[in-house]
Design a protein around this ligand. Sequence first.
Ligand code: EPU
Length: 338
Amino acid sequence: MTIQQNISLKPYNTFRLEATARFFVEINSVEELKSILQNPDYQSIDKLFLGGGSNILLTKNYEGLVVKINLKGIHKVFEDNSHIHIQAGAGEVWHELVMYCVENQYAGMENLSLIPGTVGAAPMQNIGAYGVEIKDIFEELQALNLETLEIETFKLSDCHFGYRESVFKHQFKGKYVITSVTFKLNKVPVYKVAYGDIQKTLEEMGVKSLSIKAVSDAVISIRKSKLPDPAEIGNSGSFFKNPEIPKVQYEDLKARFENIPSYPINETTVKVPAGWLIEQAGWKGFRDGQIGVHARQALVLVNYGGGTGEQIKALSAKVQASVLEKFGISLSAEVNFI
Ligand code: EPU
């Protein structure tokens, strides 16, 4: 375990933004993590625990210690007649875990194919796509308490999962590092293909009988067609959350914008796609130098190469202001500003 100084974080964030870390270390075991936290030289400085760097916007150099979590390992904890419990280290790449489950016919994660990031970051914001969220397959997680340096177990009900939300973004923010996550997967698949274009894509693919692999392939195909590949164009997936608004406000908007899409949340609340609002506000495909709004999905801000976090931040503020002005809706960022 070597602590490096003044390291470029460009390879460690999917926006491909240039920023340096004053100190940088990669940890490969919980023991290494504990040892760095106990090291008196670094005890009083700020720390940023990094997974795949797929949900951060680096707006400046980081003056503290960046700890890259490289905890690896995927193994079967146990299985019964209907379920398989799989534990994965926090540093495993999320999509590689999904591919492992798809290949082994473990069902439940296939709709979450190709989401960038690591296993340990996934519960932080209850990642979700195509009608499935991590909470649907979550069994428990282990996390290091940064104060006591003890490993604690969090069951489903402890995590308070919501739409892109968990306890780790609120009362336990900065208090734990997730070290592993255990998932409960189905031996008999329960396919969720009603969402978005999955059904249509399966038909286009000529799929006659559903399989875990076919659903995964369809999701991969849809994501590739809409979302920029971070290896080619820097981005962080959806930049904003889809706003939830009072039903009365939605009805008022519907009277003015008859095509406004919506998903009912409950009797009084409606979710509206931020991508639609941003597109209607005229931003889709907008480009200013090296940054912009993706041409095929307005919810994604992009760095074409050489853009800065400050520029992306300024653009996001302009997008927010114009959506607020046009629709009276305040968008909140899904991405964490550092
Ligand atoms: N839409 C537009 N214009 C756009 C983009 C979207 O009109 O530029 C409309 C679409 O036509 C559709 C609706 O908005 O009616 C929803 O679009 P889409 O299915 O692409 O999904 P989304 O709501 O924009 C969410 C997640 C994605 C996830 C997809 C699929 C959030 C913040 N984002 O996007 O997650 O992949 O659903 O389930 O909830 C991520 O979090 O990084 C992410 C990519």
